[in-house]
Design a protein around this ligand. Structure first.
Ligand code: AMP
Ligand code: TRP
Length: 332
């Protein structure tokens, strides 16, 4: 069976983009793939994290996976640092990843900002660790939001470089799965910026644990233009805020964007926003409540993560040993 690997960083503020761009899509893949879903804590520490908050957030992301419909019996859920092979294969692969490839990564440039020399090595090497995450399980498919596309191309390039170096098909080239109308959910305050965990403005994103009133307020305050809504998706060109809100509606309702446009043709944003807010509350409300319930039992979450790490280790161990053998590292 084909294998899925994907992950989310435990860095707080899980939002609608994480849900629509990633987690929600994973739920539907469970019947057709052997699935591994990771909480990538080693990625999180590429930026400064408070130790107490990091642990809490690791449990919260675990709770979000389960509340959204990932079945921990069927799929493997674990935190990255609990399986040492991620770091080990990360090092091995770093020896096959030319610096020129890493220099092209736009996310590093964004996250490092102007102070490039003060950015830590881990932030720069992060895409190699991400390649190791995937290749450690010989995963064939990786469902992610659009912002991860470049990192996945790099993972394919690294797998190819390794295979060519030893003239053996050790690693399959993983296929990105960038799914649906909401592969890139934008900020509610600025339709040209992606919705992100680190945006200082609370009004820029809808969090998965927001209550009904908060969701309603954020949707009401979402930036829009003054034009009535267009009747077709073509009319959304150069209207980024309108495109974003209609895209979110389409994803949450599972209706094609063209149909959503037809329904709201000529209407004002005020009417549309009321419906969008009701829809978001109906879809996210139960998930957010379940997340809070699950997260309140840390012992139960930790037991799920422990069991997941054991199952992950059982797959990762042999793959790591295979890579070591191919490279010629002695295992006395
Ligand atoms: P991160 O928050 O960076 O750990 O991302 C976890 C997953 O959510 C990845 O698959 C991302 O591609 C996806 N994701 C993050 N932000 C967005 C967004 N604004 N729109 C769509 N997907 C997103
Ligand atoms: N880099 C991804 C993000 O920030 C998270 C991630 C780490 C990931 N390792 C992965 C996603 C492996 C898919 C597969 O969103």
């Amino acid at each position: 069976m084909n294998r899925i690997f994907s992950g989310v960083q435990p860095t707080g503020n899980l939002h609608l983009g994480n849900y629509l761009g990633a987690i929600r899509n994973w739920v539907k893949l469970q019947p057709d793939y052997d699935c591994i879903f990771c909480i990538v804590d080693l990625h999180a520490i590429t930026l400064p994290q408070d130790p107490v908050a990091l642990k809490a957030s690791t449990r919260e992301v675990t709770a979000a996976y389960i509340a959204a419909g990932i079945d921990p019996e069927r799929s493997i859920i674990f935190n990255q640092s609990a399986v040492p092979g991620h770091s080990e294969l990360g090092w091995l692969l770093s020896c096959y990843a030319p610096i020129g490839w890493l220099n092209r990564m736009t996310q590093f440039k964004e996250k490092a900002g102007k102070q490039r020399d003060n950015a830590v090595l881990g932030l720069y090497a992060y895409p190699v660790l991400m390649a190791a995450d995937i290749l450690l399980y010989k995963a064939t498919h990786v469902p992610v939001g659009e912002d991860q596309k470049q990192h996945l191309e790099l993972a394919r390039d690294i797998a190819g470089a390794f295979n060519r170096r030893y003239e053996r098909d050790v690693f399959p080239l993983p296929e990105p799965q960038i799914l649906g109308a909401a592969a890139r959910v934008m900020s509610l305050r600025d339709g040209t910026k992606k919705m992100s965990k680190s945006d200082e403005s609370d009004y820029s994103r809808i969090n998965m644990t927001d209550d009904a009133d908060t969701i309603a307020k954020k949707v009401q305050k979402a930036k829009t233009d003054a034009e009535p809504l267009p009747g077709t998706p073509d009319g959304l060109e150069s209207r980024p805020e309108a495109a974003n809100l209609l895209g979110i509606y389409s994803a949450l309702s599972d209706l094609p964007l063209a149909e959503v446009c037809r329904t709201y043709e000529g209407k004002l944003f005020s009417a549309f926003k009321r419906d969008l807010s009701d829809l978001a509350v109906a879809k996210l409300g139960p998930i957010g409540r379940r997340m809070k319930e699950l997260a309140s039992d840390a012992g139960a979450i930790d037991a799920i993560l422990r069991r997941g790490a054991e199952r992950a280790q059982a797959i990762a161990g042999p793959v790591l040993r295979e890579a070591q053998d191919v490279i010629g590292l002695l295992r006395p």
